[in-house]
Design a binder for this molecule. Structure first.
Ligand SMILES: [Zn+2]
Length: 330
């Protein structure tokens, strides 16, 4: 029986399955994944294609589905185990990586928020991590653009062009199949990769950039609690240190963090600087701001493009932040 993948829509041969509570898909591109019958029966899928009905609250556009196909492709590459798409988290299946439809939306949103530089850096990491030594040839296919966080093929082509022009990669002889280029990371490419690796992926520390004002003490407490809940430790410099503008201590704390949280309530210049500095290092930045008009209206234009966690009160901040940390940090 011919079926098509719910995400990339590639066709494949499916074995018929009866009586199980999940449908198993085995896409040549996205790999194996299962979807609960509940979702299929709720017609969130139409002809086994995720919510073709745009009136459905879980509607995913073909763009969204392609982006999530990338998530599945990366899981397949890392042989990260079984994937289940379900309505609600199922405690009896802890071995499965489970995505609810909300989780899929969050993943899509997170990838939509990636900058061009994020995508370029991810590609460099991919080539390096798939090279066994210097001068190793890595082959891939343009059609796998979503695996590299791209929305269409020309985006991945543009990334390749940029990397070649900047001598980060070279092509090994004309590929016989032009759709499957073979690239090699140059010594400068390896150097760039080493720089990216400086970002301490194992760190449990989170630098918090925020306004130092006594009215913000409970805000910091909420941030601390959210970090703790996700297995991280929030850290900020104390007030005296903060008064010496951007000191070495702040820079070293940012450098040793896994990611940073920047709260823009009160519009302090230092917060913008620290967030920008962390971004330059390739760290994830979680943007937050109190949802009061006087705060949100004054957000600098260049940070409005980021999806801020807008919070009403400390409890709300904590809840939203936990979700955002889980969605951002893998
Ligand atoms: Zn697929």
């Amino acid at each position: 029986m011919v079926d098509k993948c719910c995400f990339c829509e590639k066709k494949y041969e499916r074995e018929s399955q009866n009586g199980e509570f999940v449908y198993k898909f085995n896409c040549p591109c996205c790999g194996q994944y299962s979807i609960t019958r509940e979702i299929i029966d709720d017609k969130i899928f139409d002809n086994t294609c995720l919510s073709a009905n745009y009136k459905n609250p879980h509607y995913l556009s073909s763009n969204d589905r392609n982006i999530f196909s990338g998530v599945l492709q990366r899981r397949k590459d890392k042989q990260n185990g079984q994937t289940l798409i379900c309505q609600e988290y199922n405690n009896t299946l802890p071995d499965y990586k489970q995505y609810t439809l909300e989780n899929i939306k969050e993943e899509v949103e997170r990838i939509n928020n990636m900058t061009v530089m994020d995508k370029i850096n991810e590609f460099i990491k991919y080539i390096a991590q798939n090279s066994q030594c210097l001068d190793y040839t890595v082959e891939y296919s343009y059609s796998e653009f979503s695996k590299f966080y791209c929305k269409e093929e020309r985006e991945i082509r543009a990334i390749l062009k940029h990397l070649e022009e900047n001598k980060i990669i070279t092509y090994t002889k004309e590929p016989e199949e032009p759709e499957q280029p073979r690239v090699v990371l140059t010594v400068s490419g390896w150097n760039k990769y080493e720089e990216l690796r400086q970002i301490n992926e194992k760190s449990k520390k989170v630098f918090v950039a925020m306004w130092f004002d006594s009215t913000m003490n409970n805000t910091y407490k909420a941030i601390q609690e959210a970090c703790k809940e996700c297995g991280f430790e929030a850290d900020r410099v104390d007030k005296t240190e903060h008064n010496e503008k951007i000191c070495d201590k702040i820079i070293s704390k940012i450098k040793e963090s896994r990611f940073i949280i920047a709260d823009f309530t009160g519009q302090r210049g230092g917060v913008y600087y620290e967030a920008g500095f962390a971004q330059g290092l390739g760290l994830d930045v979680i943007w937050t701001c109190r949802s009061r008009k006087s705060d949100t209206d004054n957000l600098h234009f260049d940070t409005r493009q980021y999806n801020h966690v807008l919070w009403k009160n400390e409890e709300d901040l904590k809840i939203q932040l936990i979700d955002r940390i889980k969605a951002t940090i893998k």
